[in-house]
Design a protein around this ligand. Structure first.
Ligand SMILES: *Cc1c(COP(=O)(O)O)cnc(C)c1O
Length: 416
């Protein structure tokens, strides 16, 4: 694609293009941040109004039964699970990704304590999303049993890091900063060969790349619904547990929603037989209900087509930036190899923060990640080839004119 017309033609032939109609996108915005906060599905406004007006307003407490509120975490979990290679009754939507990491990690360590009690290493990557590392550190502190965190980095590749002291490995399927993607099946197989359990964080993978949790033989998975799944700001996360571990899933947050009969009001906790044991307390029903609107659009798309387009958008973006912004100090930090790339593309620039603020001021919304990284999400359900062309046009202009070099673009807000 060498001209904007080529891009427009590609959009015309794109089988996913009609899905853009299902989203409410503000005019004048090229949204390249769907990997941080997805856009608003049109159905969500009507859904919010009926959940609030009918289910809450008119139904009141009766709606726990009559509007299916009680079943929502599992019902929507099944709807999401089928997109991720999970079978019915294996996945629930609940809590936050950070909390679900805590639960999965606690359960995985408990399982390993029964089988391989001397193992004391929790393995992750130096480059992993901070909350994953923080949750590991908090768990180690809480347990006080001599666990340690080991981090994979250039000096310590996965192959060497995964020795016979590793109890549990917690990795992101797609790296939040670089977009680098692991081969989940191959890495899980290696972990199992070395006796470790594999927890996968799918925050930047769910809805973005093909995922087959059972096919990959993973042990646990967690992830967000507010990124590529368009669930809304702070919408609840998900947790999947391989069926072979369900009955060993020890719930460290043993709240009443994980009890088989919460309304028995029994004094003693006991875990529900199936996936309800992954739940802790009362769910945020309004927010949880809206997750369904994003899932419905995801179900209308063929994941193979989403993947094909995501890679094509990424290839186009990389090649246009490299051709048209040549001469500017931009370094690609995302793997070019399709097998190793998720659905976002990142470039490093010495003034990355200011450049991103200037882009946002011009309507190209991506985000900035330390250090110096400009991160661009490519979301095939609502972003097209001409959008990529236009975004690169603006990036080129911002760089050529040094439009980023202004005091207002150096101001840092709480969220970048
Ligand atoms: C976005 C993200 C999270 C977010 O966790 P929350 O508990 O929802 O704040 C966790 N892990 C990864 C890898 C992420 O990209």
């Amino acid at each position: 694609m060498n001209t904007r017309d080529d891009c427009v033609n590609a959009d015309r032939q794109d089988p996913l293009a009609p899905l853009k109609e299902q989203f409410d996108l503000p005019p004048g915005v090229l949204y390249m941040d769907g990997n941080s906060l997805g856009v608003l599905p049109k159905a969500a406004a009507a859904r919010a109004s009926s959940v609030i007006g009918q289910e809450w307003g008119a139904g009141l407490i009766r709606s726990w039964n009559t509007a299916g509120w009680f079943e929502l975490p599992a019902r929507l979990g099944d709807k999401l699970g089928s997109l991720l290679g999970a079978r019915e009754g294996e996945l629930v939507i609940t809590d936050t990704t950070s909390l679900n990491i805590f639960k999965a990690l606690a359960a995985a360590l408990r399982i390993q304590q029964q089988k391989l009690p001397s193992r004391r290493v929790i393995l992750s990557e130096r480059d992993n999303f901070p909350t994953d590392l923080y949750m590991i550190q908090g768990m180690i502190d809480l347990l006080q049993q001599g666990y340690e965190m080991r981090l994979i980095d250039d000096a310590l590749p996965l192959e060497d890091a995964l020795d016979d002291s590793v109890a549990v490995m917690l990795l992101s399927h797609v790296n939040y900063r670089s977009g680098q993607m692991h081969d989940m099946a191959a890495v899980t197989a290696l972990a199992h060969e070395r006796g470790a359990l594999a927890i996968w964080d799918l925050a930047h993978a769910a809805g973005a790349v093909p995922v087959d949790l059972n096919g990959a033989d993973a042990d646990f998975a967690v992830g967000c619904t507010y990124k590529y799944l368009n669930g809304g700001p702070g919408s609840p996360a998900f947790i999947w547990v391989a069926p072979r571990h369900t009955k060993d899933f020890w719930q460290p947050l043993s709240g009443w929603w994980g009890h088989p009969r919460p309304f028995d009001m029994a004094v003693a906790y006991e875990p529900a037989g199936g996936i309800r044991r992954y739940l802790c307390g009362t769910q945020p029903i309004v927010s949880l209900s809206l997750v369904e609107c994003g899932l419905d659009v995801a179900h209308a798309a063929d994941m193979a087509e989403v993947r094909r387009k995501s890679l094509a958008l990424g290839d186009l973006f990389i090649s246009l930036v490299e051709q048209r912004c040549a001469g500017h100090p931009l370094t690609l930090v995302t793997p070019r190899d399709h097998a190793e790339r998720g659905s976002h593309v990142s470039f490093r620039h010495p003034n990355g923060f200011e450049v991103m603020q200037a882009l946002i001021a011009r309507g190209v919304i991506g985000d900035y990640r330390e250090p110096e990284v400009l991160r661009f999400g490519l979301t095939p359900l609502y972003f097209g080839y001409a959008d990529v062309w236009d975004a690169v046009d603006i990036l080129k202009d911002v760089l050529d004119t040094r439009a980023w070099d202004k005091p207002e673009f150096r101001q840092r807000a709480a969220v970048t």
